[in-house]
Design a protein around this ligand. Sequence first.
Ligand code: PNS
Length: 159
Amino acid sequence: MTSIAVCPGSFDPVTLGHLDIITRGASVFDKVIVAVLHNRNKQPMFTVEERVSLLYEATKDLKNVEVDSFNGLLIDYVKEKKANTIIRGLRAVSDFEYEMQAASINKKLGPDIETFFMMTNNHYSYLSSSIVKEVAKYNADVSDIVPDVVAEALKTKFK
Ligand code: PNS
């Protein structure tokens, strides 16, 4: 059986913390589909197309990783892709409450699908896309916390 995992998120934009989880996930599963949510509630900095394109560049050396986007319920997308696992990264304790609720509802909606948690590398425990955007706005150097292609895209955004 081929193990296919979906790694969902907003990825606005992808950080090295995300990339760490995607890379480690790719060493565990046969295929990892990184799926960007079309999130209508949030006001993203990057469009879905931009986020997909940045992820595509950042993961292009990982041969078993695909990048896609989805609308609606995650569990429906996971079933449509014939995947059996959802990958999520856990940073600090603060992530736990939300992740437990999400894993619980996803288990109810898709009993055959597992959520697979990985602890984020300590190096990136307090890293988030929001923090990256906040500091990049003031021209701080973010080159050691985001992929190069994202650092460039942020520079262009805030020029
Ligand atoms: O990067 P994020 O914003 O933490 O990712 C959250 C995401 C996209 C995984 C979550 O919001 C999601 O799955 N949304 C799709 C709607 C859905 O299925 N909701 C029920 C599970 S929370």
